[in-house]
Design a protein around this ligand. Structure first.
Ligand code: TZP
Ligand code: MG
Length: 210
């Protein structure tokens, strides 16, 4: 997959009254180089519509586009890939459906899950929630930066730190070994989204992606 640095995930509850595509375009213009559509509440039709719109946006800017949960929607809009949690379709089955060229990302909360994802052919993993977060409804204890250190030391595929990551604590995750970070609320809930993304990018190692 094309490498990336700053991963922005949608969270429409954080920008009431602001248009989804406009918000995500601001993130891209600020330096987000991978975008994920994550929508746990809308109807399948509505998620599909949003996916089409974001596919158009991400093509325009040549950034990677990932759909959370819905493999059928990812394939329908020709997204670059899918992101799956531990309770979603197993990696092996998802790979069979998506084919060898699509990106599959897997959420992990401990090193056993990270090892399994790497061994199973995931393209990247998410590691988190590093810090407490209000963006995820199912309660999961924070994995802390200790988990980031463990993943950085052992896992060879790209990993992205996620969960409660803000401009004020991003240095803690990069010091623990994360080269890529992901955020929802800090990015899409910001008044000046572009500025927040620029500030994140300035704290991350420069990558080829964009
Ligand atoms: N997976 C682990 S934490 C999280 C997800 C989707 C939510 C991250 O949101 P925020 O607002 O950046 O804490
Ligand atoms: Mg899921």
């Amino acid at each position: 997959m094309k490498d990336f640095s700053l991963y922005a995930i949608t969270g429409e509850q954080f920008h009431p009254g602001r248009d989804l595509v406009t918000v995500m375009e601001e993130a891209i213009l600020g330096g987000a180089d991978i975008i994920q559509l994550r929508d746990k509440t809308s109807s399948k039709r509505d998620v599909l519509e949003k996916a089409r719109a974001l596919r158009g946006l991400t093509r325009k800017h040549d950034v990677t586009f990932i759909v959370n949960d819905h493999i059928d929607i990812a394939l329908t809009v020709d997204a670059d890939g899918i992101h799956l949690g531990q309770d979603d379709l197993p990696l092996e089955d998802a790979r069979r459906i998506m084919g060898p060229d699509k990106i599959i990302g897997i959420s992990t909360h401990h090193i056993g899950e990270a090892r399994a994802a790497e061994a199973g052919g995931a393209d990247y993993i998410g590691a988190g929630p590093v810090f407490p977060t209000k963006s995820k409804t199912d309660v999961v204890d924070p994995v802390t930066t200790g988990y980031i250190r463990q993943v950085a030391a052992e896992i060879r595929i790209p990993f992205v730190a996620i969960g409660g990551i803000k401009l004020h604590n991003v240095d803690q995750v990069t010091e623990a070994g994360a080269e890529r970070v992901c955020a929802i609320s800090e990015i899409v809930g910001a008044e000046d989204i572009k500025d927040v993304c620029r500030r994140f990018r300035a704290r991350l190692p420069v990558r080829e992606g964009k």
